[in-house]
Design a protein around this ligand. Structure first.
Ligand SMILES: [Mg+2]
Length: 201
């Protein structure tokens, strides 16, 4: 497995360096560094890191606003770093789809588990999004099969079960997936050709 790629953003260069070292030490790849929110967005777009570890209070653009833009534009998770006095801002951060936050001073003991959690959570979100996409594809396929079945029922004046059986038999005999059988039944049906005979002509 390749090393997770992380972008580090903080306007304090010493802290940025510390965090970078902790991450490298723990086996992560720090792909870039930034000292303000604007640059963070630019680098996120350029490098597409797996995670961004980002300060809240920074010049030009704060970390919360940058998180919001980065989330909506690139879907990259952000782990925020904040001073104790700024924890009020974290409420706002929830709206920016921030995966977590750490209160400064940042220690290796806090940072690494938080990074692991953030990466794991974003991985689960990706898997879920993939499942939803598969599910949508299946529903679409089901709809096409239903439509094709209706066309067979009408063309051959047969029952629903019969229509489905005919499609299934055709699928097995010609070794074509049901999805494709449905597709060309619909296509040929539009042309007024007997759909199940069309392919054999
Ligand atoms: Mg700062």
């Amino acid at each position: 497995m390749s090393k997770p790629r992380i972008l580090v953003v903080d306007d304090e260069s010493i802290l940025r360096m510390d965090i970078k070292e902790m991450l490298i030490e723990a086996g992560y790849d720090v792909v870039a560094e930034a000292n303000n929110g604007e640059l963070a967005i630019e680098l996120a777009s350029k490098h597409h890191p797996d995670l961004i570890v980002m300060d809240v209070k920074m010049p030009k653009m704060n970390g919360i606003k940058a998180s919001r833009i980065i989330h909506s534009s690139f879907g990259i998770p952000v782990l925020l770093l904040t001073a104790y006095s700024e924890t009020e801002l974290i409420k706002e951060a929830r709206m920016a789809n921030v995966v977590g936050y750490l209160v400064k001073p940042i220690t290796e003991r806090d940072l690494i588990p938080a990074v692991e959690m953030a990466l794991g959570q974003s991985e689960r979100v990706k898997v879920l999004a993939g499942n939803i996409k598969d599910l949508h594809a299946k529903i679409e396929e089901r709809k096409r099969v239903e439509k094709a079945k209706g066309m067979i029922m009408q063309t051959y004046k047969v029952s629903e079960t019969d229509a489905y059986e005919r499609m299934r038999a055709h699928s097995m005999k010609n070794r074509i997936p049901m999805k494709e059988v449905a597709e060309y039944i619909i296509e040929y049906g539009k042309l007024g050709i007997n759909p199940l005979e069309a392919k054999e002509r």
